[in-house]
Ligand binder design. Structure first.
Ligand code: GAR
Length: 217
């Protein structure tokens, strides 16, 4: 089996990165984590990746005159490591269309909301303010429009009466750690195909629904 050489791009603590690294340890996982790259040299996730024996690099966006120059350095680093595929995992920089088009169909992102609801930042605060009963997370292909692109996987959680952005965010994060490895496995193994804005081909049970609040019976 040839495994897709994958780079994980991070800006912070890297818990999604850790879930991908752990999943890719399985011998039958169709992707190998060949590089963890950060735009912040002090990102705590870099130390965790290093401790896991993964190659790490930092390309500090602050030292570049503009986004194009920054992205050209990122691209050079990805080329050096012969990267085929990118997973954005809490990478908090927007890309130019140039970079995204280079990686079209070969770059996933995880977002802490059920897209297309709550694009952008502060998703848990906004979900609570709106009073939604179900919230969640999404893994999607990256396209030039922010937080858009064909959806590979989603997980939903119930919103509870006593939730704060922190407690809700923690339950969503636990599901992020489930669906990101699942989505990478589906895409890297070729189990799914993209048709327009839809990702098709992953078989699953069709009878499970999440209802909130949970009915008594
Ligand atoms: C995750 O919740 C991820 O969904 C979010 O940042 C967090 C990173 O945590 N991403 C975005 O908001 C992207 N717009 P992590 O560093 O522990 O994986």
């Amino acid at each position: 089996m040839t495994r897709l050489r994958t780079a994980i791009l991070i800006s912070g603590r890297g818990s999604n990165m850790e879930s991908l690294i752990a999943a890719a340890r399985a011998p039958d996982f169709p992707a190998e984590i060949a590089l963890v790259l950060s735009n912040r040299p002090d990102a705590p996730g870099l130390d965790k990746a290093k401790a896991a024996g993964i190659a790490v690099a930092a390309v500090d966006h602050k030292i570049y005159a503009g986004r194009e120059e920054f992205e050209r350095s990122l691209q050079a680093m990805l080329d050096i490591h012969r990267i085929d595929f990118i997973c954005l995992a809490g990478f908090m920089r927007l890309f130019t269309p140039w970079f995204i088009n280079q990686w079209r169909g070969r770059m996933l992102n995880i977002h802490p909301a059920l897209l297309p609801s709550y694009r952008g930042l502060h998703t848990h605060e906004r979900a609570l303010a709106d009073g939604v009963k179900i919230h969640g997370c999404t893994v999607h292909f990256v396209v030039p429009e922010m937080d858009e692109g064909p959806i590979v996987a989603q997980a939903a959680v119930r919103v509870l009466d006593g939730d704060t952005p922190q407690t809700l965010g923690a339950r969503v994060l636990a599901q992020e750690h489930v669906i990101y490895p699942l989505a990478l496995r589906l895409v890297a193994s070729g189990a799914v195909r993209v048709e327009g804005n839809r990702v098709l081909g992953a078989l699953g049970r069709s009878d499970a629904a999440l209802v909130a609040p949970t009915p008594d019976r």
